[in-house]
Structures are given as structure tokens and as C-alpha cells.
Design a protein around this ligand. Structure first.
Ligand SMILES: Cc1cc2nc3c(=O)[nH]c(=O)nc-3n(C[C@H](O)[C@H](O)[C@H](O)COP(=O)(O)O)c2cc1C
Length: 495
């Protein structure tokens, strides 16, 4: 698929996902570069909502693109993604009424109308707080907002992005202007759709002058951030027609409501009236995405949460491999916790797999440091035990914290061979709790007792840790692979 000057290897895009992993000053660091590079096989990565201008933080530690330091920080990411063969655009954003004074040096947020977000709270350094009533933006302040987006687009291109996506969705400033539930103003920026869309269109025109590849994300149905509109279908129809006049590379539509409150079909009118590349998102699996593309309803599908726990999502779709379930709710707490997430699929298919959530990943992360050599059996016995059928399968452990298959009992107990993958026993001491003890005892003997206690430990881990699953290699390899019959549409012609 061709998008502007980019050739995309597949139609599996990565949706923007706020991770709150930026360093002080909203500066993206090496951790973010590592995270995005892991996902370079996406047809297109849309990097997370990024502050277009200073003073409108709506999360904690989200990145910005308005300072030189931020620009340099993002360069780490763009270079890493390009080195890994990927393509990446930046979602540029103004948080509007979702911002909070505690995140912005006391500054009161701005919005089209002084209406606070109700029914939710925002994370701040002082804990969760209710949203505040925003200050109504004056018409004379709008040019500064447009200029902020323009400069953000310029900075994004200077940082090495392949383009930008304007964030017009999810109840942030541009969306607040679009929808009449949050826009009660009169004058040039309020009232009929043509007025409510004026700010968005001005921003798009300004950004187009800076970014050769510009996308737009909309979510006319999404009620997240207490959003509503009296006529979402009318809104998307009007916008879809009007967007044909702009040099838009793609329209990225969230097809539903994250909170499930508002129903409707916004995709059909968008397809009918917008003549450019249409990308849909929300709740797709590979089969549905493939069917939607094959039927001509959309040109590509963006996957959100699936990419959090499956950095190599296109490869998993191609192989029909199981997806690691995402941690729920996905963490956006500051710091390294939970990022990068699950390792890429490296092992041969058909191996049993245990995923353990973030809580258990400290040990796994420590182990990863030693993962340099190949599998090494710790013990091999010539005598063959009897009646150990559960152990015919290999058992692998991986972690949603993102670090390789750290430990494994490889091969089979029926062959009396119990080993640790890439073991470096001295390092196991870094790991914690039962896994550490188990690993030590496994190293010492690989007895049946060891194997059984490991098995019990795995099962306990899986029963107590949300998002953890344990599969037998045998049953998995026999299972029909639903994703594997995908035609080449979703995966691209190279596959
Ligand atoms: C943790 C998290 C962070 C998100 N951050 C953003 C964001 O920065 N910008 C945005 O437009 N949408 C954001 N979204 C919405 C996702 O892009 C996507 O629309 C949503 O996850 C639904 O798609 P899915 O069903 O494929 O997960 C976020 C969602 C999650 C779960």
C-alpha cells in the first residue's frame, strides 16, 4: 500500500497509544525509542498523542514536541524505527479541557466552552483529581493555537518523522470544538457544523504547509472524556465531504465508542463521502480487519491494545500465532513499568507459552541480561522416567514486561532433560521469590521434584496473575489457526 511517499508493507497500523513514559520536561527518551522500534513491522506506527504546545499536559509524563530537547528526544525514536525498517508519524495534540492545573503549573485549561469533564478523574502528582471547569478560549486566542500546531508539525518533521497525524478525536481540544456537547459557543467557532469545524480546518491547513504527509484522527461516536454530539452521523458526513478539499494523506476513524454508550455507523458515510485513504480502528481482530479491507470498506486497520502486548503483531497474524492478552487496564503510570511490553515472537510455533503480567516481570527482566547464548541443558540423565506425559511438552515463560523468553524448561522430562534457556546461574540471584528458588533448584538437579514444583509454580502464577495463560504445546499445535488463512490483503503482498 502506498501512502504519500511511503510504501507500507502491510495494512496493519499501530494506533496511537499514550504510555506516559517521557522523561522530565516531557522529553522522549531511549526507553520510548526501544518501545517503538520493537513495533517497526507495523504498516505505519502512529506515535502517541504529543503536546503540540507548552502548558497543556493532560496526562503525566506524556511527550511534547514544542521544545528543542523534545525534538532531540524524538529523534532517538525516529532513528531507531527507521533503522528497524519501520515508518512512523507523530500524533500532535492539544489536551483542551482534559488538562489539569496541577500538571501545568497552575494554569487553568482552555476549551470552547466552560464545561468540565464529568464522571472521571485525572492522574496528577497529587493523586487522582476531578477535572476543573475550563476557561473559554477567546476567538482572538485561536490563531496562537493554530500556530502551535503548525510549529509542532515543523518540529516533528525536523525530528525525523515521516509525517504527522492531527488528533481531532477523543474529547481533546479539536474534538471539543467539533461536537456540540462540548461546544456551546456562538460566533465563528460555534453553532453550525461549519463553524464548529473551523478550528480543525484551520489547523489542518497550517499543518499541511509543514508536513508532506498529514493524517487526521476523528471519533464522532466516542463518549470518552464526557463527549457527545446530537448528530454524529451528520458531523462525519459533513467532515468527510469537506476533507476532500485538503491534502490529507489519510482519515483515521475510530468507528465506535470506547465506553459503549453511543451507537451508530460512522464508517459507511465516511467511506461514501471521503475519497482518500480511510483507516478504521477499534475492536478489530485479524479476521474482521481482513474482511473489512477485502470488502473495500476500509483501506487499513489500526490496532491499539493488541500492539501493546504484541510488538510483532503482523508476524503473529501471519503465523496465526496466539496473541498475548493486554494488561488491563493498560498502565500509564510514569516510569519504566510495563514498557516495553511483550517480547517478539521468537520461538518456533507450537511451543507452550506462559505469559506473566508486569508484576512478575522483574525477575524476567533481570534474567534477560544473561540471554546471550543458546539453550543449554542443565542436566541430562540417561534413565528415562515413566508416566510423565504432561512433561512431553516444552514450557516457556515470557513476560508482558517485554523481555524475551527468559526462562524455560526446555525439551522434555520424558527424556529426563530439564534445562534453562540461556542460563547464567549467577544471574538468577537477581530474580525474586519463588522463581529464583526454583531456578536454583533446577540448576542443581532437574529432578522430577524440581519439575513438579516448577509446574505448580507456573500454575499458581497463572491463576493469580491477571492476563496470564498457560497452554500445552500439544493442544496449541493441534488447534486450527484462525488467522493463518488470511489473504494477502491485510498482510501486504510481500506476505
Ligand atoms: C493505553 C491507551 C492509550 C491510548 N492513547 C491514545 C492516544 O494517545 N491517542 C489516541 O488518539 N488514542 C489513544 N488511545 C486509543 C487507541 O488508539 C485505540 O483507539 C483504542 O485502544 C481502541 O483500539 P483497539 O480496540 O485496537 O485497542 C489509547 C488507548 C489506550 C488503551
Amino acid at each position: 500500500m502506498v501512502l504519500g511517499a511511503l510504501e507500507l508493507p502491510n495494512r496493519i497500523w499501530m494506533a496511537p497509544l499514550t504510555r506516559c513514559r517521557a522523561e522530565d520536561g516531557h522529553v522522549p527518551g531511549p526507553l520510548m525509542a526501544e518501545y517503538y522500534a520493537q513495533r517497526a513491522s507495523a504498516g505505519l506506527i502512529i506515535a502517541e498523542a504529543t503536546m503540540a504546545m507548552e502548558g497543556h499536559s493532560a496526562f503525566w509524563h506524556e511527550p511534547g514536541i514544542h521544545s528543542q530537547a523534545q525534538l532531540e528526544g524524538w529523534r532517538l525514536t525516529t532513528e531507531a524505527v527507521h533503522r528497524a525498517g519501520g515508518r512512523i508519524v507523530l500524533q500532535i495534540w492539544h489536551g483542551g479541557r482534559a488538562c489539569h492545573p496541577l500538571l501545568n503549573g497552575g494554569r487553568v485549561p482552555v476549551a470552547p466552552s466552560p464545561i468540565a469533564i464529568s464522571g472521571d478523574e485525572v492522574h496528577t502528582p497529587e493523586g487522582k483529581q476531578p477535572y476543573v471547569v475550563p476557561r473559554e478560549l477567546g476567538d482572538d486566542e485561536i490563531p496562537a493555537i493554530v500556530e502551535g500546531f503548525r510549529l509542532a508539525a515543523r518540529n516533528a518533521m525536523a525530528a525525523g518523522f515521516d509525517g504527522v497525524e492531527v488528533h481531532g478525536a477523543n474529547g481533546y481540544l479539536l474534538d471539543e470544538f467539533l461536537r456540540d456537547g462540548s461546544n456551546h459557543r456562538s460566533g465563528p467557532y460555534g453553532g453550525p457544523i461549519a463553524h464548529r469545524a473551523r478550528l480543525l480546518l484551520e489547523v489542518l491547513e497550517a499543518v499541511a504547509g509543514e508536513a508532506p504527509l498529514m493524517g487526521l484522527r476523528l471519533s464522532p461516536l466516542n463518549s470518552y472524556n464526557a463527549m457527545a454530539d446530537s448528530d454524529p452521523i451528520g458531523l462525519i458526513t459533513w467532515l468527510a465531504r469537506r476533507l476532500n478539499d485538503l491534502p490529507l494523506a489519510y482519515l483515521h476513524l475510530m468507528r465506535g465508542d470506547l465506553l459503549g454508550r453511543q451507537q451508530g455507523d460512522v464508517l459507511s458515510p465516511a467511506r461514501e463521502h471521503y475519497r482518500g485513504v480511510l483507516v478504521s480502528n477499534m475492536g478489530y481482530d485479524a479476521s474482521e480487519a481482513e474482511a473489512a479491507i477485502a470488502a473495500g470498506g476500509v483501506d487499513a486497520v489500526a490496532f491499539g491494545t493488541a500492539f501493546l502486548a504484541n510488538p510483532d503483531l503482523p508476524e503473529r497474524f501471519r503465523r496465526g500465532a496466539p496473541l498475548t492478552p493486554p494488561i488491563r487496564p493498560p498502565s500509564t503510570a510514569p516510569g519504566r513499568r510495563g514498557t516495553p511490553t511483550t517480547p517478539a515472537l521468537r520461538r518456533p510455533e507450537g511451543r507452550a507459552q506462559v505469559s506473566v503480567s508486569q508484576q512478575n516481570c522483574r525477575a524476567a527482566t533481570a534474567m534477560r541480561a544473561s540471554c546471550t547464548s543458546g539453550p543449554r541443558p542443565l542436566h541430562r540423565s540417561t534413565s528415562r522416567p515413566r508416566g510423565l506425559s504432561p512433561w512431553r511438552d516444552s514450557v516457556w515463560m515470557s513476560s508482558t514486561c517485554g523481555r524475551v523468553s527468559q526462562l524455560a524448561i526446555t525439551n522434555t522430562l520424558s527424556e529426563r532433560r530439564c534445562g534453562l534457556l540461556r542460563s547464567s546461574p549467577s544471574r538468577w540471584g537477581l530474580s525474586s521469590g519463588s522463581s529464583s528458588r526454583l531456578l536454583k533448584s533446577a540448576k542443581a538437579g532437574s529432578s522430577l521434584r524440581t519439575a513438579i514444583s516448577f509446574w505448580i509454580w507456573l500454575n499458581r502464577a497463572c491463576s493469580t496473575v491477571p492476563g496470564c495463560f498457560l497452554r500445552s504445546a500439544r493442544s496449541q499445535s493441534n488447534r486450527p489457526r484462525r488467522n493463518q488463512r488470511l489473504s494477502s490483503r491485510l498482510l501486504g503482498s510481500s506476505w
